[in-house]
Write a protein that binds this ligand. Structure first.
Ligand code: IMP
Ligand code: MG
Length: 176
């Protein structure tokens, strides 16, 4: 059991399970777009660890960049997604693969899809380490999914509770 601010969390997903899921994701993307020199776009802050470990497993030529979005307040997703840092590179004709730590309601990926579609990209695909099917409210296809989880609040491996918990190497869920 660990304590972050006022809440307690219990172990949920091991480092080994995460590693396995990322190996699979990297292999799938490599199979589909390995000849394309994709540009991976990590969604900050949460995706920094996913992107780092994913890229080490992706063996073909690729580029990486980051965009910073924020929608969460405490343990609740909010409807307004703010773009805090943008991408200043020309993406027209490129294969863009968004890398998310987690897709919850889908507000963030919806916002990002609009943003990148407007830039005449060749392909726009979405990859996420974690996905909450019960919370997802959108029609947009999530192309690559690492691990499906129930509608629980989790921390660790880049994910935070009000700023804390990102440095944990394993994933914890809110204690009931
Ligand atoms: P969405 O826009 O509701 O899909 O939420 C996406 C963003 O909210 C993610 O990229 C995370 O940063 C954050 N988020 C969603 N679920 C969790 C969670 O269980 N723990 C921590 N952050 C989360
Ligand atoms: Mg995120």
């Amino acid at each position: 059991m660990i304590q972050l601010h006022d809440k307690q969390f219990v172990p949920f997903i091991s480092a080994k399970e995460i590693d396995f899921a990322l190996t699979k994701l990297a292999a799938q993307v490599e199979d589909d777009f390995g000849d394309d020199t994709p540009i991976f776009i990590g969604v900050l802050n949460g995706a920094f660890m996913v992107v780092s470990d994913f890229l080490k497993k992706y063996k073909k030529p690729c580029e990486v960049s980051f965009i910073k979005m924020a929608s969460y307040e405490g343990t609740e997703s909010t409807d307004s997604v703010k773009q805090l840092i943008g991408i200043n590179q020309d993406l027209s004709g490129r294969t863009v693969i968004l890398i998310e730590d987690i897709v919850d309601t889908g507000n963030t990926v919806e916002e990002l899809k609009h943003l990148f579609k407007a830039q005449n990209v060749k392909h726009f695909k979405i990859a996420t380490l974690f996905f909450k099917p019960e919370a997802y409210k959108k029609d947009i296809k999530i192309d690559y999914i690492g691990i499906r989880i129930p509608n629980k609040f989790i921390v660790g491996y880049g994910l935070d509770y009000d700023g804390l918990g990102r440095n944990l190497t394993e994933v914890y869920k809110l204690a009931e």
